[in-house]
Design a protein around this ligand. Structure first.
Ligand code: DGL
Length: 273
């Protein structure tokens, strides 16, 4: 059972929040969550054995995720799970809620609604993995919230990998970033794209390189804070966190033994293996 205890009549809860991604992208959400949701242990799970998720066939990835979550939920007993991955959420969030009805899941999906509300030119681009741009979930968001805009879906083959490299090695090839983001920039009837939605949690780590290599300035929408706020609002319904000392945050990578660069990165984010 979940480790909970009573203090002065109030039930205290020391179950962790589980953050899930295919790699290190979910750390962009963890960064925001640390500010808004202190006092609970975090578990960071990366299904890096299957990275990149963007290249998977939908049926096979869904099956993999449901099987993996049966194990993860059993092992970590989280108070809440944040799927800090657009590629995973747009595919599996409904299925995970169905399969594990007692669990609280927070999903991460492309910020198409806020982009449609904010654009002045009416030209919006969604930069995501090839998986996310193909999803029915993404198409439905466009139909429901952005039917008045011209939305260009840009499926990037390489940006998630470039972000991984940048975070581990501190180096990224700017020409490669420029080439990946170039299709986001559209000129049409004297108007230009003015918003690019960062619809992959890996991308906020490269946003400064994107700004530098973009053909003109745009508003880059990063959903990390909104996801952390959603988690915060759901946490309001939970027993209070047992935020007294001794909290240990742990990381688990499905590939097994993580390389030293990855260990350093995760320990910089406060995680132990
Ligand atoms: N971080 C993931 C996302 O938000 C994708 C990376 C991958 O392709 O595995 O979509």
């Amino acid at each position: 059972m979940a480790p909970a205890r009573r203090t002065q009549g109030r039930e205290m809860d020391s179950r962790p929040i589980l953050f899930f991604d295919s790699g290190i992208g979910g750390l962009s959400v963890v960064k925001e969550a640390r500010i808004l949701l202190p006092g609970r242990p975090y578990v960071y799970v990366a299904d890096d054995a299957a990275f990149p998720y963007g290249a998977w066939e939908e049926g096979a990835l869904l099956e993999r995720m449901v099987g993996l979550f049966a194990e993860l939920l059993d092992t970590h007993r989280p108070v809440m799970t944040v799927i800090a991955c657009n590629t995973a959420s747009t595919l599996a969030i409904h299925r995970l809620r169905e399969a594990f009805p007692d669990e609280i899941f927070v999903g991460t999906v492309p910020a198409i609604k806020p982009a449609a509300e904010r654009t002045r030119s009416g030209l919006v681009s969604v930069l995501a993995t090839p998986g996310t741009v193909k999803r029915q979930y993404t198409r439905d968001l466009i139909r429901d919230y952005a039917s008045r805009c011209h939305v260009r879906l840009v499926g990037s083959e390489n940006l998630a990998r470039l972000a991984e490299q940048y975070m581990r090695e501190g180096f990224v090839d700017e020409a490669a970033v420029r080439a990946e983001i170039a299709p986001c920039f559209v000129e049409q009837d004297g108007r230009r794209t003015d918003i690019v939605v960062l619809a992959c949690t890996h991308y906020p780590f490269l946003v400064n390189r994107m700004r530098k290599t973009a053909p003109w300035p745009v508003d880059w929408i990063d959903t990390s804070e909104a996801i952390a706020r959603r988690a915060l609002s759901l946490a309001a319904g939970l027993p209070p966190a047992n935020g007294e000392g001794g909290i240990v945050d742990r990381a688990h990578f499905t590939s097994g033994a993580p390389a030293p660069a990855l260990r350093r990165l995760l320990s910089g984010f406060g995680f132990q293996f």
